[in-house]
Write a protein that binds this ligand. Structure first.
Ligand code: NI
Length: 186
């Protein structure tokens, strides 16, 4: 673990600040997907990115939220397939040290065929995370291992890269699907 304490403190912004200043969220990023391809924000123009920040070693919150996002997309696909096609499911790791391209590839495959996993250098991940209002911090565990404390919200961006809304981690799949159906234009 080699992370700048200063950088971590900068990231410790309350989740509540997100909604109040949502208009400023979002912006350029450059990360690598689970197939090794470079992905930037411009790749998702015209889509509705539904973004979650987490890490593959997460025991509970991440699997639950990614499961919710996957189920919601399936529900939307059944009701409004054209809208569902415009949604991009994104998982951004906050633990790039362990979450390599190969690890991310195995992980996203467990959830949804359309889930895109993104990793990058520590600096790239930090920049992207800050841009989208998420925070994370390593938590040392016994035996030299570590977990990551991290924000649990799900961000929905619009087709021009603009912030639309966000959901708490305990949002249900039905509620998420309903909100997507309302906000996404086919
Ligand atoms: Ni997690």
């Amino acid at each position: 673990m080699r992370r700048s304490v200063t950088a971590i403190l900068l990231l410790l912004m309350p989740v509540g600040a997100l909604a109040a200043d949502g208009a400023s969220l979002g912006g350029p990023f450059r990360l690598i997907d689970q197939n090794g391809a470079v992905r930037t924000e411009s790749d998702f123009r015209g889509s509705y990115p539904l973004i979650y920040f987490g890490f593959t070693h997460c025991p509970d919150l991440c699997p639950r939220s990614l499961g919710t996002m996957s189920t919601a997309l399936d529900e939307l696909s059944a009701r409004a397939p054209a809208k569902a096609q415009r949604v991009a499911l994104l998982f951004i790791t906050v633990d790039p040290e362990r979450d390599t391209v190969a690890v991310i590839k195995d992980y996203v495959a467990k959830f949804h065929p359309r889930l895109i996993g993104l990793t990058g250098s520590a600096e790239e991940v930090e920049a992207m995370t800050r841009t989208y209002g998420a925070f994370y911090a390593p938590v040392p565990q016994e035996g030299g291992d570590y977990a990551m404390d991290h924000s649990g919200f799900i961000v929905l961006m619009g087709p021009a890269g603009e912030y639309l809304t966000h959901f708490e981690s305990d949002v249900g799949a039905d509620a998420l699907a309903a909100e997507l159906e309302q906000r996404v234009t086919p």
